[in-house]
Ligand binder design. Structure first.
Ligand code: NAP
Length: 282
């Protein structure tokens, strides 16, 4: 019988713990943990993400400051704002909501965020530290997956982990985290020769592909732990994951649903990273 890893429940529990961390920080340091969020342009999905992040800050006692820049903001104006926030001692984390309007150079802008305030964990320094198993700020979604495994006492040590997807924000850092946790890791992608054979070897299978219900029951080993990072729309426009949950679940020991799985953990981990960044900065 499979067990569902309930991300919504874990996120609620973690937000209470994060609120306690933030309250302790305020008591000890005499100021709130601070997160600055920059949104440039009018992308409606980005506006919703930013709103949810600000709401999560309110819930956890983190002071958020949101900066809404017009669609035609210049690179210089954006960079000037980032540099100002980088120097502001009351700002512990800086997040630039992606994607930026097409005329802006995101890479150049993101490089100005100091490593210790890079709460998205996207900087080359933080990725490099993750790759060499050093203390760093870790990308929120894969870090949330690790917390989900931990919540069920699932240790990756000695297990075969297969990550399908190698994006900078999910697949790659996910593979590094599992490797750092002593799993034997295989990373699959669109050029993988025999994806089914690779997936069938997985004790822990992480799907981060972006294709609705792509992982089918014949690709999953009996008793596997299946983590579905996907947030996709099916042919009827319904939200679903990369895993064909209905048919895969009976083969699993543990499985995450969509919605209510990895999704709710991502913003929670952003709050967590911001508190960690604050405590490390002192
Ligand atoms: P992405 O940048 O598009 O990367 C997709 C990865 O899947 C790529 O590495 C690609 O391989 C691989 N892939 C595509 N087709 C494949 C195939 N047929 N066989 C094997 N591998 C294949 O996507 P992403 O940003 O990592 O996101 C992945 C999914 O996670 C999406 O559904 C996204 O919405 C979701 N997501 C969820 C959260 C959350 O909070 N829950 C956060 C971020 C993303 P190549 O590298 O060879 O192209």
């Amino acid at each position: 019988m499979y067990k569902i890893i309930d991300g919504k429940q874990l996120a609620t529990q973690m937000r209470a713990e994060i609120a306690a961390m933030a309250a302790k920080f305020k008591e000890e340091r005499g100021r709130q943990v601070g997160l600055a969020v920059i949104l440039a342009g009018n992308d409606p999905a980005s506006a919703i993400y930013v709103r949810n992040k600000i709401k999560a800050c309110e819930e956890t006692g983190i002071k958020s400051s949101a900066f809404y820049l017009p669609e035609d903001v210049t690179q210089a104006q954006l960079e000037e704002l980032i540099l100002r926030l980088a120097a502001d001692i009351t700002v512990d984390g800086i997040l630039v909501q992606l994607p930026l309007p097409a005329h802006l150079n995101a890479d150049r802008a993101l490089k100005l965020i100091p490593t210790e305030k890079d709460v998205d964990g996207f900087s080359e320094e933080n990725i490099g530290k993750l790759a060499t198993n050093k203390e760093c700020l870790v990308a929120c979604t894969p870090n949330g997956v690790m917390k989900m495994l931990e919540s069920q006492n699932i240790s990756p040590r000695g297990k075969r982990a297969v990550v399908v997807g190698r994006s900078d924000i999910v697949g790659r850092p996910m593979a590094l985290l599992l490797l750092n946790a002593d799993a034997t890791v295989t990373v699959c992608h669109s050029k993988t020769a025999d994806l089914k054979a690779e997936c069938l070897r997985a004790d822990i299978l992480v799907a981060a592909i972006g294709k609705p219900r792509f992982i089918t029951a014949d690709m999953v080993k009996e008793g596997a732990v299946v983590i579905d990072v996907g947030m996709d729309r099916d042919e009827n426009g319904k939200l679903c994951g990369d895993v064909d949950f209905e048919h895969v679940k009976d083969k699993c020991s543990y499985i995450t649903p969509v919605p209510g799985g990895v999704g709710p953990m991502t913003i929670t981990m952003l709050m967590y990273n911001t508190c960690i960044a604050a405590s490390r900065r002192g």
